[in-house]
Design a protein around this ligand. Structure first.
Ligand code: ZN
Length: 314
């Protein structure tokens, strides 16, 4: 079991024995986090991109965990900024069972389509993300809504299906501690900027996202972590901000599409007017982090995909 308070003293250890690990995506701090729950059966929630695998492995090791000590690697969803290191880490920690939503499992066993699709979206930025090493199917557990992951000593982590950002997205609730790992369901806050929604292609669905935020609010968590990046100041205020922002943005995208179908520029202008990203970008650090992987452009693509899907379904 984990020992190593000497090294932990230098790390970002939060109440409830939550170790916040900066995965240093593309070498940039404060952008993408992973969270290690130092319970009897330690669990790592998300793990960053494949290019962050060594950073995360070293952090877990510095926290005192040997190769066979990590019990769980739990993924909020299978976007490469959350799961890309999973294959490498599964190899480094052969005792770990990988937990993912049923819709995400096949992408861990055969990542080729996921990696191809992501690289098509990110183009020349793809090398900074890396790919995903396949994981043996017998090491993957599919967690449907309500699935409970035992952490030992009576502590549990409950999977809460949280679609919207992606259909297979889940949040994780540390039930005894009241700590919620929200992944990308609530939004993104990076370095002094306000929380702002993350709305990527190909599956973003605003109705599902809003229902998810209601679900997360009802959990009444006392602490809430977002993957990009860290703990928010006030869980219910942040959830409410995420809800108002996504409602305004979703509606703006739909009416822009009704006025000018297929006009991506008009959609962007309408969305920016409905919920300006200015406050999210107000520090140079936040601006740089948002721009590094074109996340605001991806939001436009995510919304465009959503309104086109909706129009096709009429
Ligand atoms: Zn993400």
């Amino acid at each position: 079991m984990w020992q190593g308070y000497a090294t932990l003293a230098d790390m970002d250890l939060h109440p409830g024995s939550i170790l916040q690990i900066d995965t240093l995506l593309a070498g940039i701090p404060g952008m993408t986090g992973a969270h290690l729950i130092l319970a009897e059966q330690p669990a790592l929630v998300d793990c960053g991109t494949q290019t962050s695998a060594d950073t995360v492995r070293d952090a877990v090791t510095a926290a005192g965990l040997g190769p066979t000590d990590l019990a769980w690697l739990v993924l909020t969803h299978v976007h490469l900024d959350h799961c890309g290191a999973a294959g490498d880490l599964a190899r480094a920690f052969p005792g770990a069972t990988v937990v993912v939503h049923p819709r995400g499992a096949r992408h861990l066993v055969d990542p080729s389509r996921l990696v191809q699709g992501t690289h098509a979206l990110f183009g020349r930025l793809s090398p900074a993300l890396g790919g995903l090493e396949p994981i043996a199917a017998e090491r993957v557990v599919e967690a449907a809504d309500g699935h409970v992951i035992p952490l030992g000593g009576g502590r549990t982590l409950r999977a809460v299906w949280a679609p919207g950002h992606a259909r297979h997205h889940m949040a994780l609730l540390d039930e005894g501690e009241g700590i919620l790992f929200a992944g990308d369901a609530v939004g993104v806050q990076m370095g002094g900027g306000d929380l702002y929604p993350s709305i990527p292609p190909p599956e973003y669905d605003v109705d599902a996202a809003l229902a998810t935020l209601d679900t997360l609010e009802r959990l009444g968590a006392s602490r809430l972590y977002v993957s990009h990046f860290g703990a928010v100041d006030d869980p219910s205020e942040s959830i409410d901000l995420g809800r108002r922002a996504q409602a305004a943005i979703g509606e703006a995208a739909r009416s822009a599409h009704a006025r000018a179908p297929g006009d991506q520029t008009a959609l962007r202008v309408a969305v920016d007017a409905a919920w300006p990203p200015d406050d999210a970008l107000r520090t140079p650090e936040a601006l740089m982090r948002w721009m590094t992987f074109n996340w605001l452009d991806n939001n436009v693509l995510g919304l465009q995909g959503m309104v086109e899907r909706e129009a096709a379904a009429l």
